[in-house]
Design a protein around this ligand. Structure first.
Ligand code: BES
Ligand code: MN
Ligand code: MN
Length: 457
């Protein structure tokens, strides 16, 4: 397989052009105005799997956006790997902050700029291209099943149903996912955990209509002022979350685990410089690496109300809103946390306002093992192509389906992502390194080779 690097190099232009075709489709799952594009994207994924040589390729309907399935069973006695990815992307807004249009991919400074380039089109497509290479060059050592969904960015609410209804079809030995990041291009790492999520929207209502802020101001609750105070009270001086029982189920790491986590390469000065911030900020008693991976969070994602147009309008608004996310760690349950939040937030509202808490999607946190054959195969594959052993590192993001793979299918997942934290996923100017894309295509075939070898023993 030493020829793999050359094979990838030979097909470089083709691999890039084919990815560009996918990046041109604005498959934004959150906004119904893109519905036709999301469905067109599912067709494009299907076609790409067929061209790569997959069998039984099918667009499987769900109550939401469909799941694209395809497989190659070369020998039922060989191990089977279920590859998961998502073809939907986050909304591109705010559009004016993009240097080039989000759905017109371009390569600049060695990076592919486009919404979805890193999350997750560029990453799942590495698997399609790697499969095609293995298929055409007789290098495939495992059976492969592909499951590429279209609702990851909106919570994968139809996936559990799909897993339950397709247990037999999805039978495999492990799940392989590229939808996370590495520490750096010269410091490969494998994600060994994801945080869970509880996402809520709150609505605070004061007076029954917008009022003149001079005539009524000072006499009634201003829902925006109240909302800000309520949100501020959700953390104490040590930046610990004040919701009663919030930390009850949190697993604390022991000294050894904390030391291992904190020994990963990380430069706080570089972190500050890259983000242009004067200092880091977070829960007292924990390092930045811990705060962003093994500790739960509460963050306002958006807040609005009143007048935000040009100039000034003296108005005392009737309503204020906020979207709030809580990242969870083992063993916090998204449903329990949402309930605790709701109860607490309603209880701290002053009598002058009414509060409604609307739960959105959630997801369970996961920790993936490092002593499994699939982890070992991924580590050996990365070692082969990067020349360095990858570091196991817990990540801060969420991929809710990973917990479902374990709960419903009994499968462990290996999170072999090739992105970087600085890829600006979900942000303007999202990008993915050409190096990362090609390195992924080169590394994936080794995973199958080593996995088959380890499983044979
Ligand atoms: N690929 C990301 C998750 C991710 C990114 C994990 C980087 C680790 C490192 C995924 O597409 C994502 O954005 N997930 C959402 C959760 C979902 C329920 C909207 C998230 O983490 O906000
Ligand atoms: Mn993703
Ligand atoms: Mn995402």
């Amino acid at each position: 397989m030493s020829a793999l690097k050359d094979l990838v190099e030979q097909h470089k232009e083709q691999f890039l052009n084919e990815l560009f075709d996918l990046l041109r489709i604005p498959s934004v799952s959150a906004d119904p105005k893109y519905k036709a594009d999301v469905l067109r994207m599912a067709e494009a994924v299907k076609d790409s799997l067929i061209r790569a040589g997959a069998d039984k390729v099918e667009i499987c309907p769900t109550p939401g956006y469909p799941i694209v399935y395809g497989e190659k069973i070369i020998d039922p006695s060989l191990p089977t790997v279920l590859v998961y990815g998502h073809y939907d992307v986050q909304p591109p807004d705010p559009l004016e902050l993009w240097t080039s249009p989000p759905f017109e991919p371009v390569v600049k400074n060695g990076n592919i700029y486009a919404r979805g380039s890193a999350d997750d089109k560029g990453q799942f497509f590495m698997h399609v291209k790697a499969f095609e290479l293995m298929q055409k060059n007789n290098l495939l050592h495992c059976n492969i099943k592909f499951m590429i969904e279209g609702e990851e960015e909106v919570g994968s609410s139809n996936l559990d149903g799909f897993l339950l209804a397709n247990k037999e079809r999805l039978k495999a030995d492990c799940v392989l996912v590229s939808d996370t990041s590495m520490i750096a291009n010269d410091i490969p790492s494998i994600n060994t955990g994801l945080r869970g999520l509880s996402y809520v929207e709150v609505e605070v209502t004061g007076p029954n209509r917008d009022l003149h802020s001079g005539v009524y101001g000072g006499g009634v609750a201003n829902p925006i002022n109240v909302l800000c105070e309520m949100i501020a009270s959700l953390k104490d001086d040590n930046l610990r979350i004040t919701i009663p029982h919030f930390y009850d189920d949190v697993v604390e790491l022991n000294e050894e685990e904390r030391n291992a986590l904190n020994s990963a390469p990380f430069e706080v000065e570089e972190y500050k410089r890259e983000l242009n911030i004067g200092d880091v900020m977070g829960e007292k008693g924990y390092t930045t690496l811990e705060r962003t991976s093994t500790r739960p969070t509460l963050d306002v994602n958006g807040i609005w109300g009143g007048y935000t147009g040009e100039g000034a309008k003296t108005v005392l608004p009737s309503k204020a809103y906020a979207k709030i996310s809580m990242r969870l760690v083992p063993n916090q349950s998204p449903d329990t946390i949402t309930e605790l939040f709701q109860r607490h937030f309603e209880s701290i509202a002053p009598a002058g306002v009414k509060v409604i808490v609307k739960p959105h999607h959630g997801g369970w946190p996961v920790v993936t093992p490092t002593d499994s054959d699939e982890y070992r195969a991924a580590a050996m594959a990365m070692k082969t192509t990067f020349g360095k052993d990858p570091i196991p590192a817990r990540g801060g993001g969420s991929i809710p389906i990973v917990a479902s793979f374990e709960k419903i299918l009994g499968l462990k997942t290996v999170l072999m992502g090739f992105g970087l934290d600085t890829d600006d996923i979900h942000s303007p100017d999202e990008h993915y390194g050409v190096f990362n894309y090609l390195k992924g295509i080169e590394t994936i075939p080794y995973f199958y080779q080593y996995y088959a070898e380890l499983k044979r023993k």
